[in-house]
Design a protein around this ligand. Structure first.
Ligand SMILES: Cc1cc2nc3c(=O)[nH]c(=O)nc-3n(C[C@H](O)[C@H](O)[C@H](O)COP(=O)(O)OP(=O)(O)OC[C@H]3O[C@@H](n4cnc5c(N)ncnc54)[C@H](O)[C@@H]3O)c2cc1C
Ligand SMILES: *[C@@H]1O[C@H](CO)[C@@H](O)[C@H](O)[C@H]1NC(C)=O
Ligand SMILES: *[C@@H]1O[C@H](CO)[C@@H](O)[C@H](O)[C@H]1NC(C)=O
Ligand SMILES: *[C@@H]1O[C@H](CO)[C@@H](O)[C@H](O)[C@H]1NC(C)=O
Ligand SMILES: *[C@@H]1O[C@H](CO)[C@@H](O)[C@H](O)[C@H]1NC(C)=O
Ligand SMILES: CC(=O)N[C@H]1CO[C@H](CO)[C@@H](O)[C@@H]1O
Length: 472
């Protein structure tokens, strides 16, 4: 029997609170700066890139890339120091120095990690913040670009557009996402159906490994190169840059948007969308945003108005071509999408079969009851029918996943589960790391563990969701 093979990534917006704190440690700052000076730049430079908690701009620097507003609070655990390298040698030195002090490293590029794990931990840690390493060099002759990890996706699209109006790169929807985290996590966006994931077009990379060596694709080998195109970067080293191959985009594209509530047959729209979305032209991307909303009534009390009564479905679509209704220059559509991506924290899941009308109605009921979390449906199909190897994504169409939409409802309920109890806490043992890793990477977990064991057997590059090395 031929099943519909569409998959919808569902991102549930979840609310999270996280409270903890540590004591400041000035001696960590001194030791770190000394170490950094002795390993690379002259001492004046070392102190200019290390922020202690007592520096007046510490909080500003910390919060500049806390992209999840729920974690942008004074009670969020803070790093002991923030190191902001502006060249490769400072990155190399920065990964030597914490070993003398016994604090862990967290690497941050765009700061969009769903769980804030690039800037939060409950162990003593420092942030290696990549925002000074954000240059982009586009070579329009061979249609490639080297992009440093700290660049944002918006900057990347813009720099390409400056050089060519008909080239772009398939990236995520939110322009403030960082290249470091986005590409190492594979990257999907509004050109997914036409061009697949970002990493399908990544042709080289530079990474600082545990021994401070700077490796490129050739010297790191294909296994590590595979791992950092979907397996996350922070388990393996510090990614300095990616080299990408540009793709063609039309100079003019078409966008449109429709909004319906349940009373306006939103259920019909979602139901029908599910059935056509993987069959339409690969140049069309359609995303559904579902949100429980209140309904304005003329005489209802202010209190009653605060209770969500219905679901609002917004269909946002991009066509890589020119069909009159709403035309945009390519680069403007990048900004257009940004309005539809006000993320807090999320969870994602895949649905392989369309959800029935009853299923949808059950979902609405739960969403209205919970009141807050919204959902985003992204259509796959197209180029994603034949996925290329990537740690996180080649299993999208695995039969193993061919079950459940009711899981969505369970996922929605997990919204009320506190962060600390459902998030993996530390990967100090292989078994702990495996719990998270298998859930996320499935049958690619073992290969990632092999890569990890080869490149970082002592588990220096670890964080709360990292790939563990095999125990020795
Ligand atoms: C509002 C919002 C919208 C999103 N939209 C999309 C989307 O449309 N498509 C999509 O595919 N994803 C999307 N995501 C997910 C996003 O791609 C990932 O969260 C990604 O990891 C963010 O990268 P970052 O550099 O901004 O985050 P960061 O928080 O800086 O990093 C994320 C992870 O990568 C590690 N890391 C970062 N930089 C490096 C580096 N240089 N070397 C090694 N490790 C590094 C961090 O340590 C952390 O573990 C979205 C997330 C949010 C919050
Ligand atoms: C975090 O909050 C501060 C003020 O509280 C604000 O200045 C900063 O821009 C916020 N961070 C982000 C990334 O929005
Ligand atoms: C609701 O939408 C579906 C799909 O477009 C359509 O088949 C159905 O007739 C609509 N129902 C009403 C009452 O308009
Ligand atoms: C997202 O935020 C922007 C700016 O704050 C706002 O204009 C837009 O309407 C919001 N979009 C949604 C879908 O809530
Ligand atoms: C790092 O250096 C050590 C000691 O020289 C060596 O044994 C190890 O193989 C190196 N690791 C990597 C990943 O290069
Ligand atoms: C990066 C930075 O501004 N560091 C400063 C932190 O505070 C010390 C002590 O005042 C300065 O020496 C550093 O330059």
């Amino acid at each position: 029997m031929e099943m519909s093979r569409s998959s919808f990534g569902l991102l549930l917006l979840l609310g999270i609170l996280f409270v903890s704190s540590y004591a400041a440690a000035d001696s960590v700052y001194d030791t770190f700066v000394q170490c950094l000076s002795s390993h690379s730049a002259p001492s004046d430079q070392a102190s200019s890139i290390v922020y202690a908690q007592t520096n007046s701009s510490f909080i500003k620097v910390l919060q500049s890339y806390i992209r999840n507003q729920q974690f942008n609070t004074s009670s969020t655990p803070k790093p002991l120091i923030i190191v902001t390298p502006s060249d490769e040698s400072q990155v190399q030195a920065a990964i030597i120095c914490p070993r003398n002090i016994g604090i862990q490293l967290r690497i941050r590029s765009g700061g969009h990690d769903y769980d804030g794990l690039s800037y939060i931990s409950d162990v003593p840690f420092f942030i290696l913040d990549m925002f000074n390493l954000r240059s982009i060099s586009v070579n329009i002759n061979d249609k490639t670009a080297w992009v440093l990890a700290g660049a944002t996706l918006g900057e990347l699209s813009y720099r390409i557009w400056e050089k060519s109006k008909v080239h772009g790169f398939p990236v995520g929807i939110c322009p403030t996402l960082g290249v470091g985290g986005h590409f190492s996590g594979a990257g999907y966006g509004y050109m997914l159906r036409r061009y697949g994931l970002s990493v399908y077009h990544v042709v080289d990379a530079q990474i600082v490994n545990v021994n401070r060596s700077i490796l490129d694709r050739k010297s790191m080998g294909e296994d590590l190169f595979w791992a950092i195109r979907g397996g996350g970067g922070a388990s393996f080293g510090v990614i300095l840059s990616y080299k990408i191959k540009l793709v063609r985009v039309p100079e003019i594209v078409t966008v449109f948007r429709v909004e319906k509530t349940l009373a306006q047959n939103a259920t019909g729209i979602v139901y029908q969308w599910q059935h056509i979305t993987d069959k339409i032209d690969n140049d069309i991307f359609m995303r559904l945003l579902l949100l429980p909303i209140t309904v304005k009534s003329d005489k209802g009390s202010a209190k009653a108005e605060k209770i969500p009564k219905t679901i609002r479905v917004t269909l946002v679509s991009l066509f890589l071509g020119d069909t009159r209704p709403v035309l945009f220059h390519w680069i403007e559509s990048v900004l257009y999408w940004a309005n539809f991506d006000n993320g807090t924290s999320r969870k994602s899941d895949y649905v392989q079969k369309p959800i029935s009308k009853d299923g949808l109605e059950g979902l609405w009921k739960t969403m209205i009851e919970l009141g807050k979390p919204g959902m985003v449906f992204n259509a796959y199909g197209g180029r994603m029918r034949n996925p290329l190897p990537s740690p996180r994504w080649e299993h999208i169409q695995d039969p193993v996943l061919d079950k459940k939409y009711l899981n969505l409802i369970r996922e929605l309920y997990s919204y009320i589960t506190p962060f600390v109890s459902n998030s993996p806490r530390g990967t100090d043992s292989y078994e702990e790391g495996k719990v998270y890793g298998v859930k996320y990477f499935m049958n690619n977990f073992d290969r990632l563990v092999k890569v990890k064991t080869a490149v970082d057997p002592q588990n220096f590059f670890r964080y709360e969701q990292s790939i563990p090395p095999l125990p020795n």
